[in-house]
Design a protein around this ligand. Structure first.
Ligand code: RIB
Ligand code: CA
Length: 313
């Protein structure tokens, strides 16, 4: 079975690894990359996405999306994690490709109308494009098969604040709009993506089995790995964004639990994914909210093998 996806992304190094993973997977049909600010400004995210499509030798539309959060000031971005260029300061040459003229939100709407009920939106950055698309096309949930999100932290601490993960924290009001819509959401938060540390050997293997795409990931990940290895005895990093794609290909690798989700938008709870598994609360504040499926476990070994075998294709 082939899965049509739109990858909404803020590349970013783990975004790049996930994007190449999706490009390599025979069962994934990437209709387009829709970019958003987050790790880097949206202009850089868009140019980086063009570079990734060009390096892969593909002809896939790339759109530029929202550059600021729904509410509040411009982001300060995550150059300390992904480098000044979003690719670990590797001086990758600028792309010669050009952007699709549509905004990310308009591209999502156009494709949803073209392929009603067939598309899974894989969102691995802040959720402003999806929120805007929902406001422009209120019928969007009926036209989209599912939304697979890398974001949130249901039962574990956040990575930006003690309670919030970066993608949700970066645009909490947009996330609230997205999680309040009546569509199927599968959330892959730090509960699973922080649970599988990747060592340098894994990155070297990606480069061995795929010198071009894996080689790029290996080069770009050096800066990224330094960030994640601070204070640790061994070099390690986390490829958060590939999880929602892996679930599309092999859902059996994941344990999911269903429940009601609320998103914090206040000063202290900004970006908190406040999840109540089924039958754990009587609060109407949760019972009257939309439900999400949240990943709680992943088969580490099988996931790692899936990444390597897919890069090796
Ligand atoms: O918290 C990790 C997420 O934030 C990943 O998507 C990473 O690329 C950043 O966007
Ligand atoms: Ca990302």
């Amino acid at each position: 079975m082939t899965h049509k996806i739109i990858l909404d992304t803020d590349p970013g190094i783990d975004d790049a690894m996930a994007i190449f993973f999706a490009f390599q997977a025979k069962e994934i049909d990437v209709l387009g990359l829709t970019t958003v600010y987050g790790n880097v400004p949206v202009e850089m995210a868009a140019q980086n996405a063009l570079s990734l499509v060009e390096l892969a030798g593909l002809d896939i539309p790339v759109c530029k999306g929202v550059g600021r959060p729904w509410v509040g000031p411009e982001s300060t971005y995550a150059h300390f994690v992904h480098g000044d260029d979003g690719f670990g300061n590797i001086d990758h040459p600028p792309s010669s490709r050009t952007l699709d003229p549509r905004s990310s939100a308009q591209f999502i709407i156009d494709k949803a109308r073209e392929f009603p009920g067939e598309i899974t939106i894989v969102a691995v950055g802040p959720l402003g494009n999806l929120a805007l698309a929902l406001r422009l096309e209120p019928e969007l949930p009926k036209l989209i098969k599912a939304v697979n999100i890398m974001g949130g932290a249901a039962f574990v601490p956040g990575n930006v604040t003690p309670v919030a993960e970066a993608n949700i924290w970066n645009d909490a009001h947009a996330a609230d709009i997205v999680f309040s819509a009546d569509w199927t959401i599968n959330m892959f938060g730090l509960d699973v993506t922080y649970d599988v540390p990747f060592a340098p050997q894994f990155i070297d293997t990606l480069a061995e089995v795929n010198p071009i795409l894996g080689g790029f990931v290996a080069k770009a990940s050096q800066f990224y790995m330094e960030f994640y290895s601070q204070g640790k005895d061994e070099q390690v990093c986390f490829f958060h964004d590939a999880y929602p794609i892996a679930h599309l290909m092999h859902p059996e690798l994941f344990e999911m639990t269903n429940g009601n989700m609320r998103i914090g938008t206040g000063e202290l709870d900004k970006g908190q994914t406040m999840f109540a598994p089924a039958n754990t609360t009587m609060s109407p504040l949760w019972l009257e909210s939309q439900k999400s499926n949240v990943a709680t476990q992943v088969d580490h070994e099988a996931l790692t093998e899936l990444f390597v075998s897919t890069y090796a294709l």
